[in-house]
Write a protein that binds this ligand. Structure first.
Ligand code: S3P
Length: 178
């Protein structure tokens, strides 16, 4: 079964997807990487030259290409669910997992990042507001995993375990304590 990772920037989607791809021998698709490759521009350049709406359309185009793929792990950009219809497309592609990380932890992780146009390291509240605005959309994933205190490997291991049982859990929220 395909796996799709969603969540805020800094949640570790790309790193976890790579681990999963390696462990399961699945193809890894990273929407940010694919967009940069197709456009031959960095995300920063795309945002500044063509704007956020243009970027959001590219995200939708990219995921549509994966509707019939098998043995796939997809890491998505943090804003992908803001576009109406994308959640439904992603659910058609695979099992959608929200990697949930405490916002203060995300902020610390992101402080060193220079490649995220929507992140402003000098404005904590702005970032917290962004997380709060998006939280309810991410929560519509098939599964939520609280990963604030987990390493990339530990997150991947949990997903692999659940993948083996085809994600047949009665409850859609996994907390890091179990
Ligand atoms: C964005 C997150 C980024 C990237 C772009 C916009 C967002 O991806 O798609 O900068 O709106 O949250 P990551 O979540 O991989 O950082």
């Amino acid at each position: 079964m395909n796996i799709v990772l969603v969540g805020m920037m800094g949640a570790g989607k790309t790193s976890v997807a790579r681990r999963l791809g390696w462990a399961l021998n699945y193809e890894v698709a990273d929407t940010d990487y694919l967009i940069e490759k197709n456009q031959k521009q960095t995300i920063n350049e795309i945002f500044s030259s063509c704007g956020v709406e243009f970027f959001r359309n590219l995200e939708t185009e990219v995921i549509k290409n994966y509707l019939n793929h098998q043995k796939l792990v997809m890491a998505t950009g943090g804003g992908i669910l803001l576009t109406e219809g994308n959640l439904s497309l992603l659910k058609q592609i695979g099992y959608v997992i929200y990697l949930k990380v405490r916002r203060s932890t995300l902020f610390i992780r992101l402080k060193r990042s220079k490649r995220r146009p929507l992140f402003d390291a000098s404005n904590t509240q702005k970032f917290y507001d962004l997380v709060d605005q998006r939280e309810h959309i991410y929560e519509e994933a098939d599964l939520v995993i609280n990963t604030s205190h987990l390493s990339v490997q530990a997150v991947a291991n949990r997903i692999i375990l659940m993948h083996k049982s085809k994600f047949d859990r009665p409850n859609g929220v996994i907390n890091e304590s179990i």
